[in-house]
Design a protein around this ligand. Structure first.
Ligand code: C5P
Length: 226
């Protein structure tokens, strides 16, 4: 096919963890290297999409040719995503913290302050669900990730329905797969038009990104203005 099949399209990718402050020096976060999300942003840009990457704190370098917005918290990530709309494609690969401390202490908490410390938490916005329900701003294709440790495809199917996204990329992160922080990934793709999920062979996160970007390009069809 064409070298830049996503020319004229706009893409949004989330990546990395979010940091939810407890006090000025401490935070809650999920494990996430950002490798997969950053690779997807780079792959979409190489296929010609005008790509915005909204990322939480990671050690990954900004992918070339991508507009990168660095954020800390889930609320900041949601706001940056909403600012990036409208887009044709949204891929949510971030490991967003589902909860944040209800209160952020204004000063660093000291070890001697309490014998036991309780932390009250409140739910964070679900960015994937919000983008999937963005009304006339809804991207034509919304792709979510599902990191599962058991019954991977079944849970991913449920997630796709619950979040309202179009596709789910499910990966098995059970202990021993080495997916977390590793270079390889084994994924299943659950689309809206297939009854049986695809299982991709084990490949690098870079190859997952390139394969997913190609599939997105096929799905969206001919480049705009081509
Ligand atoms: O519910 P769960 O966190 O397993 O869903 C994972 C998918 O939802 C991923 O695509 C992740 O980026 C997205 N997500 C999100 N905002 C949240 C939680 C998850 O965008 N608050």
């Amino acid at each position: 096919g064409q070298a830049r099949p996503l020319a004229g399209r706009r893409a949004l990718v989330t990546s990395g963890p979010t940091h939810e402050p407890i006090d000025p020096v401490r935070y809650l976060a999920n494990r996430s290297s950002g490798k997969q999300g950053h690779a997807i942003a780079g792959a979409l840009a190489r296929l010609g999409a005008a790509t915005t990457l909204v990322t939480g704190p990671t050690v990954q370098v900004d992918p070339p040719g991508v507009r990168v917005q660095h954020v800390e918290s889930a609320r900041d990530m949601l706001a940056a995503c909403q600012d990036a709309l409208p887009v044709d494609i949204a891929v949510c690969a971030a490991a967003v913290a589902d909860w944040r401390p209800s209160d952020c202490a204004p000063q660093k908490m000291k070890r001697g302050d309490a014998a036991e410390l309780g932390l009250r938490l409140q739910p964070n916005p679900d960015i994937l669900a919000a983008l999937s329900a963005a009304g006339n701003q809804r991207p034509a294709l919304v792709v979510g990730f599902a990191a599962e440790t058991e019954r991977v495809v079944e849970h991913a199917r449920e997630k796709r329905a619950r979040k309202g996204c179009d596709w789910i990329v499910a990966n098995d992160v059970s202990v021993g797969t080495g997916t977390f922080g590793g270079d390889d990934n084994t994924v299943h793709l659950i689309t809206d038009d297939a009854t049986t999920p695809e299982t991709w062979p084990r490949m690098t996160k870079q190859a997952v990104a390139d394969t997913l970007a190609e599939r997105i390009a096929e799905r969206l069809g001919t480049a705009k203005g081509a």
